[in-house]
Write a protein that binds this ligand. Sequence first.
Ligand SMILES: NC(=O)c1ccc[n+]([C@@H]2O[C@H](COP(=O)([O-])OP(=O)(O)OC[C@H]3O[C@@H](n4cnc5c(N)ncnc54)[C@H](O)[C@@H]3O)[C@@H](O)[C@H]2O)c1
Length: 337
Amino acid sequence: MNSDWVGSRAGAQPYEKHITSMTKFIVTGTAGFIGSTLAGKLLSAGHQVVGIDCITDYYSERIKRKNLESLIADENFTFIEKNITEIDWPSVLKGTSTVFHQAAQAGVRASWGQSFAVYTDLNILGTQTLLEAMKGSSVRMVYASSSSVYGDTPKLPMHEDDAPQPKSPYGVTKLAAEHLCCLYWKNFQVETVSLRYFTVFGPRQRPDMAFHRFIRAGIEGQSIHIFGDGKQTRDFTFIDDIVEANILASEKGRPGGVYNIGGGSRITLAEAVDKIGHVLGKPMDACFQDVQMGDMRHTFADTTRASEDLGFSPRVSLEEGLAREAEWIENSMALLV
Ligand SMILES: NC(=O)c1ccc[n+]([C@@H]2O[C@H](COP(=O)([O-])OP(=O)(O)OC[C@H]3O[C@@H](n4cnc5c(N)ncnc54)[C@H](O)[C@@H]3O)[C@@H](O)[C@H]2O)c1
């Protein structure tokens, strides 16, 4: 049922893992934006998925339960509603090919102050518990890292070998967990691959994220609040491209490796707002507020390594992705209010 590693370190694609039909995967954070979409994609390809999520209160439980609905209806899906620190890992890992580790407390701005303990617990301790349980197994882990590990780098685009300088406590926890992934590969040969996602958008995007807030406000005819002058840039990545990158990383990622995953759609926030207005067919009414502590000025991914090793290339344009997110929000308003 499970696939085997065939191949060795050589050339641009050092490892090849052939995914056969009905492979067993684990997706942590499976009730969230990215985890639920990834789990759905794996199930639609005929695989078996164990989803793990403790349904944190970072945003509405109703949204997360809705994300889970279609997964739970699939007979190849098993849901475990627990914190990853409380799982009986030896039995859950049995027969698994890859763990897609998406579970984390997200959000840059909320990570300051008292709530940092939640970030260290879920993001660092959670990842370390999983890595400890994977020692001695041949299970691969694809870890959801973040562009937030970079901070305000002196040069753009951002390259994996640039010195990370996180600007937020959230970024510190994502980087700490990424370092743990590298350590467990070097010391215990746990096959980890870290993907640094650059601002992910599309259907099911978290309600605290800018595009989600802007599109909803636009539909409701309300003005939007932009933190900063609107000239900050982001490399936006559509959810389907993130899902594809995860699957490619499980097959071809170099163990211990780190890859930027960006959508190639870097524009200013003000330009993105104009595009949202275009998609909604009405101009957006924006007002500007102070820059928030921890927000990076620019993000821009150099994806050469992901292209060469994984064969990754983003497919969905910003315009198409925004239209798909707007359609999802319009159809989900009753759930989101
Ligand atoms: N969305 C983005 O733009 C983005 C960018 C960079 C990195 N990431 C990373 O991608 C991953 C997924 O992000 P998302 O936007 O889907 O977030 P999300 O909040 O929608 O999903 C995360 C899920 O993990 C669950 N969770 C958190 N800690 C857990 C734990 N210890 N045990 C079990 N479940 C737990 C939460 O309940 C939630 O459902 C995160 O690791 C995040 O840091 C996201």
